[in-house]
Design a protein around this ligand. Structure first.
Ligand code: HEC
Length: 108
């Protein structure tokens, strides 16, 4: 089981330069990840995707497994200088980041 508290720290260090988590759905260089958990890949409204759609199967959902795969082998999802920013080498770190994303409150 991932530790969401620890995942939050890791997210701030490694992801937040490009991804916001704000309620207002604003995007950074990357899409807002507030509601990313469980949703279909590349479906954040108002964000213009460039990379992922060419490499990801249509209808892929961001479940725990798929998110962990993204953080383990980002090059299978995207090919750009951003890709390597998604690589998180340690298994525990990946689990913690995913636990954090899973726990974010959504507005449903
Ligand atoms: C250098 C900027 C940058 C960093 C740092 C970064 N990302 Fe990304 N990320 C992007 C971009 C840009 C995209 C969208 C790619 C595209 O347009 O297809 C993306 C896409 C994603 C997606 C897919 C979102 C969707 O809507 O389907 C997830 C999930 C994701 N990133 C998670 C992370 C996590 C977790 C981290 C930290 C470990 C991270 N990113 C670090 C730039 C970044």
């Amino acid at each position: 089981m991932g530790d969401a508290e620890r995942g939050k720290r890791l997210f701030v260090e490694r992801c937040s330069t490009c991804h916001t988590l704000s309620d207002d759905k604003r995007h950074g260089l990357g899409p807002n990840l507030r509601e990313v958990f469980g949703r279909v890949a590349c479906s954040a409204s108002g964000y213009r995707y460039t990379q992922i759609p060419s490499r990801i199967r249509q209808g892929t959902f961001w479940t725990e497994d798929v998110l962990e795969k993204l953080l383990q082998r980002p090059e299978t999802f995207m090919e750009h200088s951003w890709a390597k920013k998604h690589r998180v080498p340690t298994h525990q770190d990946r689990e913690d980041i995913v636990a954090f994303l899973k726990d974010l409150p959504t507005q449903k």
